[in-house]
Write a protein that binds this ligand. Structure first.
Ligand SMILES: C[S@@+](CC[C@H](N)C(=O)[O-])C[C@H]1O[C@@H](n2cnc3c(N)ncnc32)[C@H](O)[C@@H]1O
Length: 228
């Protein structure tokens, strides 16, 4: 018998009894598990399991994330949505009053993403390059949350550009940083520290949470920043 409890008001749940890394969102489209994720029923609702080894967002939660800024009704711009795995759980979290603009520049993955969005009315696929935020200004409004997971050398710049163009004041930016994509020759911790120092020494954002994702995602860190 499952007994779920919400973690840190994140709208993500875990079992009270099990001491493991199983996390769930309450499905807003019961009966549909397009990623073959495990489903459990609890108090009349259906809950989908999100895997910390497959999602940096879930890995950050497994590492104790205290806040994400993603709320029921939030509008989210998700950069690097890939096939839509993590984005589909964010879609559960924001609920039917919220919206997820799920962007990726690789046609091979956006093909799958389109199918996910067909099942979820609160998600739209965008085949775009996050390096050019001006190209999607007719589609994407100002949002409450910018979520980025692109594993590119210029991750930080790309994040700042998109937050500059789309993030509301007091909105949250979530950055999954892959150190090896920035520079394979340098120690990941050195790169994490550099990015943290950057945020600490500028005026536009304040870091509200930071997690290193080892052992779920090697050489990755997760930043949550709030726009001033
Ligand atoms: C690590 S995967 C994302 C996994 C996904 N966030 C999840 O948890 O389900 C990184 C994705 O970023 C995309 N990407 C990389 N650079 C990009 C860019 N400049 N614009 C849009 N997408 C980009 C890649 O095509 C790839 O699908």
């Amino acid at each position: 018998m499952f007994d779920l409890q919400e973690i840190n008001k994140l709208r993500v749940f875990k079992s009270k009894a099990k001491r493991n890394d199983s996390f769930y969102t309450k499905s807003i489209y019961p009966g549909y598990n397009g990623f073959r994720e495990a489903i459990i029923k609890f108090k009349g609702g259906e809950y989908r399991e999100i895997d910390p080894k497959r999602s940096k967002f879930a890995a950050a939660i497994a590492k104790g994330l205290s806040q994400s800024g993603i709320r029921e009704g939030s509008a989210v711009l998700y950069l690097g949505a890939s096939h839509g795995y993590t984005a589909s759980f964010i879609s559960d979290i924001v609920g039917k009053q919220g919206y997820v603009f799920a962007l990726d520049f690789a046609p091979s993955v956006v093909r799958d993403l389109v199918f996910v969005c067909e099942k979820r009315d609160n998600m739209a696929p965008l085949l775009e390059d996050a390096n050019h935020p001006e190209r999607y200004k007719d589609v994407v409004p100002l949002v409450d949350v910018v979520f980025q997971d692109v594993a590119q050398r210029d991750q930080l710049n790309l994040f700042l550009k998109n937050c500059g163009a789309y993030l509301k004041k007091d909105g949250f930016g979530l950055l999954a940083l892959k150190a090896r994509s920035v520079d394979v020759t340098r120690k990941p911790k050195e790169i994490f520290r550099e990015v943290k120092n950057f945020f600490d020494n500028q005026q536009d954002f304040v870091v509200v949470d930071y997690r290193e994702l080892d052992p779920f995602e090697k050489d990755h860190a997760f930043f949550v920043v709030k726009k001033k």
